[in-house]
Design a protein around this ligand. Structure first.
Ligand SMILES: *Cc1c(COP(=O)(O)O)cnc(C)c1O
Length: 230
């Protein structure tokens, strides 16, 4: 089932791109494989998936060794500072930078390995109390601060939209994130680009694509429901 699902999701993304005049190569489908076994990740891999999203450091470490070397791992979940060192040379992007202290730790650990870590700033657009992320009005000064860090490259913004029944309810959230990225881009901070917009999950990824997402994070739609009691 996983291979069919993956291809179907990719096809819908491609169709939505052509319907709204976007090039399909502008959008990267991230297969969110948290809680799922490597055998299922391999099914997605065989269907063409090369970018996998995980939200736990331990899980990335376990799967990293078992999956082919051309897989790109994206850390999409809340990241504790004391765990940065374990994944700094294993992930190709961290989507969830939400504090200066975390950014400082990433800077230090990346410097030790002599790499530049691509990151996204997580923004809590809807202002939900249960969620991590900066308030939209905090992002510009945050970006200004991080632009001085030599081992971090801010590539754009990420948001986790509220859980809704009807994806249309999140359209305005996606518009707000897009507008914020355009506004910040216009300030031309040193060393910062706003080329990545990571938004949209199983319930609303097509709405996100139509509002400018360049990365969508789809878990359930590819791998099925997650069972956290496993
Ligand atoms: C789990 C998760 C997803 C995927 O959610 P689905 O609704 O299963 O597609 C996307 N983004 C983040 C940050 C997640 O933690």
């Amino acid at each position: 089932m996983v291979a069919e699902n993956y291809k179907e999701v990719q096809k819908k993304i491609d169709e939505t791109c052509s319907a709204c005049g976007r090039d399909k190569d502008e959008v990267t489908l991230i297969a969110v494989s948290k809680t799922k076994p490597v055998s299922m990740l391999m099914e997605a891999y065989e269907a063409g998936a090369r970018v996998f999203g995980e939200n736990k450091v331990q899980e990335i470490l376990e799967k990293y060794d078992q999956m082919p070397a051309d897989v790109k791992w994206h850390m999409i979940g809340h990241l504790q500072r004391n765990k940065v060192k374990y994944i700094i040379d294993k992930v190709s992007m961290i989507h969830s930078v939400d504090s200066l202290r975390l950014a400082q730790t990433i800077e230090q650990e990346a410097a030790k390995k002599n790499i530049v870590m691509p990151v996204l700033i997580e923004v809590n657009v809807a202002g939900e109390e249960s969620k991590y992320g900066l308030a939209p009005e905090e992002v510009d000064s945050f970006v200004e601060e991080v632009s001085a860090y030599e081992h971090i490259r801010v590539c754009g913004l990420m948001t986790i939209a509220p859980f809704v029944e009807n994806p249309e309810e999140n359209r305005d959230i996606f518009r707000q994130l897009k507008k914020l990225s355009v506004d910040i881009d216009a300030k031309k901070h040193n060393n910062i680009t706003m080329s990545v917009l990571s938004m949209g999950m199983t319930g609303d990824y097509l709405t996100a694509v139509s509002e400018g997402a360049t990365m969508v994070r789809v878990g359930t739609g590819i791998f099925g429901e997650r069972n956290y009691l496993r």
